[in-house]
Design a protein around this ligand. Sequence first.
Ligand SMILES: [Zn+2]
Ligand SMILES: [Zn+2]
Length: 241
Amino acid sequence: MKFTDVLQDLLFTPNCLFCHKYLGYGTRPLICHGCAEKYSAFEGRCSRCGSELTYENGLPVCHTCKTARYSFDGVISAYYYKEGVRRAIIEHKFDFYHNNAKTLSYRISEIINGLLKEKRADYIIPVPPDKKRLNSRGYDPTREICEIIEKETNLPLLTDVLLKTKSTPNQSLMSYKERLKNIKGCFEIHDKTAIKGKNIILFDDVFTTGSTCQECSKVLKKSGAAYVFAATVSISDTFRK
Ligand SMILES: [Zn+2]
Ligand SMILES: [Zn+2]
């Protein structure tokens, strides 16, 4: 057991992050079996559309997403964005101590490691923060999780290339099309040579309608990225209904 885990368990009771059930000292990840099963959004297939993933040049690809209107090569997600998962992710956005970042990174790192066995991608790039929100919060919760995934997957983190250059109004009540319009032109590539021909895992905390992942993937591919596969902690389950 790591010293940091001992310390965390002394300061905070080791409960399941999603349902608060007591798990016992030293248990990692801080997710109970019931929640791991209940919220699981990954069964070896694309988490957005449920299609089978095939391998091209050693990397996983979802042909349903690719042949549809999407610029990304597929989506993997650890959990459905609902109830306890939703609450934990929202709490993480406002948690100064970042206690939940490690627990939230655990399953998606495991899935990435399982899928990228044949070949590693070149980079993991987090969806960049909205500057206004970053300034008011003081830290970037998506990047916090991504930094842990970098350590757990050995995928180099690239943070200064994909940038969000325009602020967007809150889009929680908008449809996919409205969101896409809202977010269009908000992302830019700072250094195209850094991503030319590269295989990229694009990371975000939540995949709701897919508009953010779509816009980021489009910008990355237009700037020369060869492959962009989205990996998120959670995904809205409305796609499966
Ligand atoms: Zn639980
Ligand atoms: Zn798909």
